[in-house]
Design a protein around this ligand. Structure first.
Ligand code: URA
Length: 210
C-alpha cells in the first residue's frame, strides 16, 4: 500500500477475483463477476470524494446533510476491456459522465496510437476515473492518461482489476499524481506482456472472443 497504489484486500473482492482467474469460469460468469467486483472497487476509488452539505427537512426536523460537492465525476473507459468495468461503476454512480479512449499498438514502433477519443466537457473540474481491467506494461494506460491531461483533466484516478509491478512502475514514472486502485498486484509480466499468474486476456474472456 502506498500513496500511489491501493490494493483492495476485501474478502469479497479477493473471492470474486479467484473465480475470475479460474480458466473454467464461463464468459457470462466472468462478465457478471467483473461487474460485481468493479462495484466494490469503485467504492474504494471514490472514498475521498469531497462533500458539502445541503439543507433538507427529514420527516422529523431540518438538518444540514452531507452531499457530494462539485461537478459529476467523469468515468473514462480505455477500450475495449474498460467497457466491462463501466456497468459496475455506473451502478454505484449512475449520474457519472462517460468518456472513451481507444488506443492500438503500432507494430513497427510498438507505441500506442490513438484511434478514438471522446470525453465529457469540463474535465478540469471533475474527478476523472480511468478504467481498464489490466495494468500490464502500463504503456497504453500512461498514453490514455496523457490524452486525458491534454484534454484538461487534473484530478485523475486509475481503476483496474489486476496490476503488474512493471505497469505500476511505468505509471508512477509517467504520472506520479495518478492514484491506482486494484484488486491485486500480481508477480510479473511474461515475455508477451501478459500478467502472471493473471487471468489471461480480459477482453477475450469478457466478450467471448479469441
Ligand atoms: N491484457 C490482458 O487482457 N491480459 C494481460 O494479462 C495483459 C494485458
Amino acid at each position: 500500500m502506498s500513496d500511489h497504489l491501493t490494493v483492495v484486500d476485501h474478502p469479497l473482492v479477493q473471492h470474486k477475483l479467484t473465480l475470475m482467474r479460474d480458466k473454467g469460469t464461463s464468459t457470462a460468469a466472468f462478465r457478471q463477476l467483473l461487474r460485481e467486483i468493479t462495484l466494490l472497487l469503485a467504492y474504494e476509488v471514490t472514498r475521498e470524494m469531497p462533500l458539502t452539505t445541503r439543507h433538507i427537512e427529514t420527516p422529523m426536523e431540518e438538518m444540514d446533510a452531507p452531499i457530494l460537492a462539485g461537478k459529476k465525476l467523469a468515468l473514462v473507459s480505455i477500450l475495449r476491456a474498460g467497457n466491462g468495468m463501466l456497468d459496475g461503476v455506473l451502478e454505484l454512480i449512475p449520474s457519472a459522465r462517460v468518456g472513451f479512449v481507444g488506443l492500438y499498438r503500432d507494430e513497427q514502433t510498438l507505441e500506442p496510437v490513438q484511434y478514438y477519443f471522446k470525453a465529457p466537457e469540463g474535465l478540469k473540474d471533475r474527478l476523472v476515473i480511468a478504467v481498464d481491467p489490466m495494468l500490464a506494461t502500463g504503456n497504453s494506460s500512461a498514453a490514455a492518461i496523457d490524452l486525458l491531461k491534454q484534454a484538461g483533466a487534473t484530478d485523475i484516478r486509475f481503476l483496474c482489476l489486476l496490476a503488474s509491478p512493471e505497469g505500476v512502475a511505468r505509471m508512477k514514472e509517467a504520472h506520479p499524481d495518478v492514484h491506482i486502485v486494484t484488486a491485486a498486484l500480481d508477480r510479473e509480466l511474461n515475455s508477451k506482456g501478459y500478467i502472471m499468474p493473471g487471468l489471461g486476456d480480459a477482453g477475450d474472456r469478457m466478450f467471448g472472443t479469441k
